[in-house]
Design a protein around this ligand. Structure first.
Ligand SMILES: Nc1ncnc2c1ncn2[C@@H]1O[C@H](COP(=O)(O)OP(=O)(O)OP(=O)(O)O)[C@@H](O)[C@H]1O
Ligand SMILES: [Mg+2]
Length: 271
C-alpha cells in the first residue's frame, strides 16, 4: 500500500527525504546523565542513520529508557548532547520535536477517555488536518495494524486486549508519518505468540515505510530479530555496538550473558 508523506511543518519537520543519508538522524555525543550522584548514562556515543532500526539492549536499570527519553527531550543530558538531524535537542522546540517523533511505550500511553480513533488521530488533530484527511488516515492505519476500523475505532482502550492496545499505539505513532520512531519495550507485556505476531508486523511496516527507529528491549531474541544494529548498554555504558550477525560472535562478557539466554535448553535433561 502506498504511504503518503504528511510533512508536519515546512521549517521544522525532520523528514529526511532527499536529505544526505550519511547525516545521522540521531546522535548521542558524549551524552551523560547523572541524578542525585548516580551516573545513569556514561558518555554515550552513538549515531543512528536514516532507515536503521537501532536496538538498545540491556538489563533492567542499564539506562535504556533514560537514553530514549533524551531523543524526544523528555530528559536532558547533564553533560554532552543529543542531536536530532544535526540539531541539539535543546535547540528544538520540544513540542514540535515530540510531534515529529513517534513514541510507543509499554502498555501505557493511550488516553483512556479517547476512543481508538481519537487516540490514533491525536497528532493530526493537533496539527489541524482537515477532518476528512484525518478520517481516511485513521482508517488506513488501523487496517495496516490489522484492526478493522468498523469494529474498533469507537472503542475505548479498556475495551481492547493488551495486544490490540499496542497495535493502536503503533498506529498512533505512525499517524503523522514521523521520520523517526522510538519504541520502549512495546511488546514486553504480551504473550509470546502475540509478541511474535507484532514483531513480524513491525518488520513488515518497517519494510513498507523504511522508518528510522530506536527500539529498546531487554530481550536478546527481539534485538536480533528486529535490529539492523544492536547497542548493548550495561550500567549506563555502551559496551557493544554491532550488527546482529556480529553481535552473536561478541566475546564481551555482557553480550555473552545475553547470548546465554539463547542457549537455554527447552526442557530439563531428565524430561
Ligand atoms: N529520576 C530518577 N532518579 C534516580 N534514579 C533514576 C531516575 N530515573 C531513573 N533512575 C535510575 O536510572 C537507572 C536506569 O533507569 P532506566 O529507566 O533508564 O533503565 P532501563 O534500562 O530502561 O530499565 P528497564 O529495563 O527496567 O526499563 C535505574 O537504576 C533507575 O533506578
Ligand atoms: Mg525502561
Amino acid at each position: 500500500m502506498a504511504f503518503r508523506r504528511e510533512p508536519l511543518d515546512s521549517n521544522l519537520n525532520i523528514d529526511l527525504d532527499g536529505a544526505d543519508s550519511s547525516q545521522p538522524v540521531v546522535e548521542f555525543r558524549d551524552t551523560s546523565y547523572t541524578v542525585t550522584g548516580n551516573q545513569i548514562l556514561d558518555k554515550l556515543n552513538l549515531k543512528v542513520h536514516s532507515g536503521e532500526i537501532l536496538v538498545l539492549l540491556g538489563r533492567s536499570g542499564s539506562g535504556k529508557t533514560t537514553a530514549l527519553k533524551m531523543v524526544n527531550a523528555l530528559l536532558s543530558p547533564t553533560s554532552g548532547q543529543v542531536l536530532v538531524k544535526g540539531r541539539p535537542t535543546s535547540a528544538w522546540d520540544p513540542i514540535r520535536l515530540r510531534r515529529s517523533i513517534g513514541y510507543v511505550i509499554q502498555e501505557v500511553g493511550l488516553f483512556p477517555h479517547f476512543t481508538v480513533k481519537q487516540n490514533v488521530s491525536l497528532v493530526p488533530t493537533l496539527e489541524r488536518w482537515p477532518a476528512e484527511r484525518i478520517h481516511s488516515r485513521t482508517q488506513e492505519l488501523l487496517r495496516q495494524v490489522s484492526l478493522d476500523p468498523g469494529q474498533y475505532e469507537s472503542r475505548y482502550p479498556r475495551q481492547l486486549s493488551g495486544g490490540q492496545r499496542q497495535r493502536v499505539g503503533v498506529a498512533r505513532a505512525l499517524a503523522a508519518d514521523p521520520a523517526l520512531l522510538l519504541f520502549d519495550e512495546p511488546f514486553g507485556a504480551l504473550d509470546p505468540v502475540t509478541r511474535l505476531e507484532l514483531q513480524t508486523q513491525f518488520l513488515e511496516l518497517r519494510r513498507a515505510f523504511g522508518k528510522t527507529s530506536v527500539f529498546v528491549t531487554h530481550d536478546v531474541r527481539e534485538a536480533l530479530r528486529l535490529g539492523t544494529r544492536i547497542g548493548l548498554l550495561h550500567r549506563g555504558k555502551l559496551e557493544v555496538l554491532a550488527t546482529p550477525s556480529e553481535f552473536v560472535k561478541s566475546t564481551h562478557p555482557e553480550a555473552l550473558a545475553f547470548l546465554a539466554c539463547l542457549a537455554e535448553p527447552l526442557m530439563h535433561q531428565s524430561n
